[in-house]
Design a protein around this ligand. Sequence first.
Ligand code: PMP
Length: 444
Amino acid sequence: MKRKRSEKLWKRALRVFPGGVNSPVRAFKSVGGDPVFINRGKGTHIVDADGNKYLDFLSSWGPLILGHAPRKVVKATRRAALKGSTFGAVTEAEVKLGEFITESLPFVEKVRFVSSGTEAVMTALRLARGITQRPMVIKFEGCYHGHNDALLARAGSGLLTLSGNIAESSSPGVPDDIVRNTLVLPLDDSAALDAAIKNFGKQIACAIIEPLPANAGLLPQRKAYIEYLVTLCRSHNILVIFDEVISGFRLGFGGYTGREQIFPDIITYGKIIGGGLPVGAIAGSQKVMDHLAPQGPVYQAGTLSGNPLAMTAGLAALEQLAGRRGATYRYLESLGVQLETAFQNGISPLFAGRDWQIRLVRDASLFWLSFHNAGETAPVRQVTQIVPFAATIYARIFHAMLDRGFYLAPSAYEVGFLNAAMKPRHIEAFVAALKKVIAELPDK
Ligand code: PMP
């Protein structure tokens, strides 16, 4: 594949952006090589700057559940653009999206729109701390919630074991002081949760979790564990935040919350809710949400919050997803089942006699290639269970697939996304290519 224009653009990008990018993982650091510049996308495919075409399993990291440039979303957004892109004043577009969401999701009474998932989480944390008048937050190892200071934290060194797991900063620029109020706990570990709440209960404002963790592989949690988390927190007046930036409108219209009928106090959304434009949202009961300014004292604002273009794109996408009694989600599920079956039949047998294997982890239209030593069958629920050789082998798979015209996430720790523009033949082609690539891999 020729990538001359991409190479030239990369040189220019390196001169003007730190590391050549505006978001780190785009730089292909963890798979090596130079990134491919994307010029356009339509439906299932993206086309790079040199005209090479790829079947896209990244979907811009999740927003594009309908595929690229879906007709109705483009049409509505174009019409909105012609009317002016931003006013910094209230508009009908935001009311329509707000109403659509609150009317469709029984567990959402009020919502506040912002411009990214990070911003939604930042506001959710502030809201929880403002309501409870408590400083501490619990986060879980392997969950990602955007680049919020308080959550750029990893579990402490163990010196403080007795008092829990007070976090250390995981990025220069985030002073340890800022994450001193963050407790980092392993997923799937009720005992760790018990201990943290026993030690710090009255100081903890909230626990934030991706109820389906999808940022360190796909780590489906036991429903009983998530229920335990919610019940335990509730009995200590600790608010629960479900970060549904990926899972919201993805696992079904109601996301994890709607599907599992486990109800947190605050939900954060992003990605799909903006139909491919920059939107995030904080959602919850009226009682909780009314603590936000100007109704309540917890401050939050944004020049482009509720931007009419983004609201219009979001509404067009969500209407389509909610339409035909959820047929889009049933279709996506059928593609997921097809992928799973084809993987079982075509790829799993390739690992017979090898000392490692790949398993496919899937939930709805999210999937992840999970690497294991031979014979391991236990489900992976914690980030520490991911084997170190995953990164090296995945890098080979990634590049071999890219050269065959399949665009996957450029990191072993990221998930894949199916979208509703895909047809069964696309899944077939993907599995056939993956089969060839894996068959040619040397042992680890
Ligand atoms: N929360 C979750 C669960 C996410 O996956 C992400 C981004 N992938 C974020 C928050 C941050 O969203 P954004 O990149 O829009 O700031």
